[in-house]
Design a protein around this ligand. Structure first.
Ligand code: PLP
Length: 410
């Protein structure tokens, strides 16, 4: 008799974004003809750049002739793809061996799957609020107790509050943590960790043989040269950190799908010498994954060519300009806003102590703007909403104007 993985029954409500979609759909059905403006989900809207399209096309063309056709590639991605990624790290002063880079179909899968090479009783720590995948995959993997609906937390997870008081980056908490998820630039708060802030966690992890799972999916949005784009810019981080990144937001690959994880050879854990975690991730990937699409990797390599990088940078600039429009516009409307600089997300405090979902509903109903309620990212997100800069410029401007007029009337 088959039995289910009962950890799934612990999962609290539905995943955040389907609930937002449900409410937006219900509103649209009740108000036909009203156009909804979307500053909610972090999906990209700008088209792929010409160099990337040419790369994808060339990749497809190669498959159309017997001489250049290739089937399965390396489980960890083509060598040329990994070399292109390594050269971007080199510019930041980080040297990686190609066997330390594992190209994947995106950062979402990697950020949950990476847990499989760690012990079942590993204590997971997350920034609060956080990208929901870190917590939900920990629940599915049985690394938590039940959900405590009063505290809005799963038992067994260490929540590290990110608040206005600490500039949305936590102090290293006292107590045990084994796997520490950090995300910078942060989804949802838009906060970017400084070198010193990352160094404080590297110091903790090295002293306690903990492992940092560093999600750098938004690193392309960092324009301030003093801010680290990779955790490996912090000395010693290779012995205690895995880094995950993506082409989704830097090159518009949310639908195309391409990302990578770096598992350094130097990385150690309490019961394993250098090299073992790297070998284990190779073993995991080669068992569950047949490597990323070869056509997509051709597009990814094009995105990392000099022309591709210039075009993609201009695309990210466009989103950064949206973020500024949102941040400045909402500040003028009287909201306290955070993030949105070196980051695609603006984190706005709700007015008058309103709950996140109440403010979400108000903006949906009155301004016809879809946002993301901060409480969906963890208990410390209560009292905030997240606004995404990934919309088109015209829609972003209209949404900001509509919020301003709604709040002006309130
Ligand atoms: N990590 C963070 C912090 C994200 O916000 C997202 C997507 O929104 C992802 C990872 C997913 O990236 P990918 O599209 O590469 O799976």
């Amino acid at each position: 008799m088959a039995r289910i993985n009962q950890n799934y029954d612990k999962l609290a409500a539905g995943y955040l974004f389907p609930e937002i979609a449900r409410r937006a759909r219900a509103f649209a059905e009740q108000h036909p003809g009203v156009e909804l403006l979307r500053l909610g989900i972090g999906d990209t809207t700008l088209p792929l750049t010409p160099t990337v399209v040419a790369g994808l096309r060339a990749g497809a063309e190669r498959l159309g002739s017997a001489e250049s056709y290739t089937g399965y590639g390396d489980y960890e991605g083509e060598r040329w793809m990994r070399a292109a990624i390594a050269s971007v790290y080199r510019e930041r002063g980080v040297e990686l061996e190609l066997s330390e880079i594992f190209v994947s179909d995106g950062a979402k899968g990697d950020s949950g799957n990476i847990q499989s090479i760690f012990s079942a009783d590993a204590v997971v720590a997350v920034q609060d609020p956080a990208y929901p995948v870190y917590v939900d995959t920990s629940v599915m993997a049985g690394r938590t107790g039940p959900y405590d609906s009063v505290r809005g937390q799963y038992q067994g997870i260490v929540y590290m509050p990110c608040t206005e008081q600490n500039g949305f980056f936590p102090e290293v908490p006292a107590g045990k943590m084994d796997l520490v998820y950090l995300c910078s630039p942060n989804n949802p708060t838009g906060a970017v960790a400084t070198h010193d802030q990352l160094a404080s966690f590297v110091e903790y992890a090295r002293a306690r043989e903990a492992v940092i799972l560093f999600d750098a999916a938004y690193s392309a949005f960092i324009r301030d040269p003093s801010l680290p784009q990779s955790i490996y810019e912090v000395p010693g981080a290779k012995s205690c950190a895995i880094e995950i990144n993506s082409f989704s937001k830097s090159a518009g690959f949310t639908g195309v799908r391409l990302g990578w994880a770096v598992v350094p050879k130097e990385l150690v854990a309490e019961d394993c010498p250098p090299g073992k975690l790297n070998a284990m991730w190779y073993r995991r990937q080669s068992t569950f994954f047949n490597g990323p699409s070869n056509v997509v990797q051709a597009g990814g390599a094009a995105a990392l060519s000099p022309e591709g990088r210039a075009e993609c940078r201009a695309m990210v600039d466009e989103y950064l300009a949206n973020a500024r429009i949102i941040r400045e516009g909402l500040t003028r409307a009287g909201l306290a806003c955070f993030g949105g600089t070196n980051a695609p997300y603006v984190w706005a405090r709700t007015p008058g102590g309103m709950s996140s979902w109440d403010f979400f509903d108000l903006l949906l109903r009155e301004a016809h703007v879809v946002t993301t309620p901060g409480s969906g990212f963890g208990p410390s997100g209560e009292g905030y909403i997240r606004l995404s800069s990934f919309g088109l410029r015209r829609d972003t401007e209209r949404a900001v104007a509509s919020i301003q007029s709604t709040l002006g009337k309130a």
